[in-house]
Write a protein that binds this ligand. Sequence first.
Ligand code: SF4
Ligand code: SF4
Length: 480
Amino acid sequence: MTATEARVYTPGEFKEFDAAGETFLYLVPAGAIFQLDETSRLVLDLVKQGMPHDQLVAALTEKGYSIGDAEEIVHELHMSRAIISADTKPEPVAEPPADFPLMTLVLNLTNQCNLSCQYCYEFGEDKVATPEGKPKFMDYETAKQSIDYLLASSGERETVHVTFFGGETLMNFPLLKQVVTYANETAAAQGRSIDFSLTTNATLLTPQIVEFLSENKIGVTVSMDGPPELHDKLRVFANGKGSYDIIAPRVRALIANHKTRPITCRVTLTNGVTDVVRIYRHLKDELGFHEIGFAPVTTSPDRLYAINEPGMHGVLKQFHILADEWLEYALRGEMHGFSNVSDTMAELYQGVNKSHPCGAGLGLVGVGPSGDIAPCHRFVDSDTHVLGHISTGMDKEKQQDFLGRGHINTKYDCHTCFARPLCAGGCHHEAYVRYGDTGHPNLHYCDWIREWTETCLKIYGTVSAKNPAFLEQFAERKAL
Ligand code: SF4
Ligand code: SF4
């Protein structure tokens, strides 16, 4: 008997799930989804009983397959790692190259803000920033150097991204305008282009600013937490007054007059602001946002605004309501505005298998008003997380240290988790706030992440079985 004929298999590492009457495997080491047909199901069941290769082939020939076809079926399952054998090599998690080309630069135009949101990671109780003695507003020279750095560090990419951020970004709108002109001219001279976006609290939007944003095709994300009684709980001015009444008319005008890009909203969920469905309805149906994404506040668990476990459970229940709606829309060929599902569909469609939870310090960096380079906007102005300076470039040693600690290979708790191709341990910033180490997996929300991931897998399976063409639009989509 040959070695192949005697080979004994075991089931590979996968998450099995049913959707639309079909069975699927989420093949974890590859981040791929595999639909089990009747024959594959049979092979898998026989493998679970310990049947070696030659007997598997014999069982398939009894079902009417030729020997060649039977060999091919077993081979395919083996190659996809749905079944593995002693000689199956562990699938390596792709290592990003050391000189990974930059794709996105987040420019924190100012560290100042005209609101005093109590949960703010920049000013609140969990802030990591140390802005003392540093410039409050970025100047034109620093911004120009940042654009030059992005273009020089982005390899062969034809289009790169600049995201304007704050503090409140629009407190430095004059610089934003200058940067757009400079960046467009500099990129065009190289035969390249720049895609712009900005995040704002919307308090400073004027008709002139909206016109500029629309004319220059600048994507806008507004930070807003729902209807007045929820939004005004924590998104307040320094005197404690809520900001909803100032924002709402400006948001309406933005959505009505910015015609070149969809306008999105980002909601921070906090204790008492967890009514996801009501928030979604208000922002989508009453204000008219195109898409709305939700994220629980990043904080240590003892803050008053932290969401406790029952609260997070309630959030998940409400996520399921919107997820069911998302699926109904998708089966009709329509896009729903709940971006938490859309972003995950894109990752599943693209077969994402992350070495790191996000692009921070890799394809994305943040630059503060001082010109310091940080892993992302959330670490800007933090002395303990500086990765370099825009005038001298990236400190490769610090970058490698940050990326080394955040790599999935170092997060042993994650190595048996089916959600790791998408989660990879979760946000570095949240890990730092919770555990004091950017490389620590965010183990406080694993059950939540796994349940949500399974929900998204089922949605994906259902759409792929019933309306597969709908998924094609996710080929290019990138999460914010
Ligand atoms: S942090 Fe938790 S949910 Fe995320 S990959 Fe690790 S074990 Fe899984
Ligand atoms: S997930 Fe966290 S670390 Fe990554 S870019 Fe977002 S805030 Fe930064």
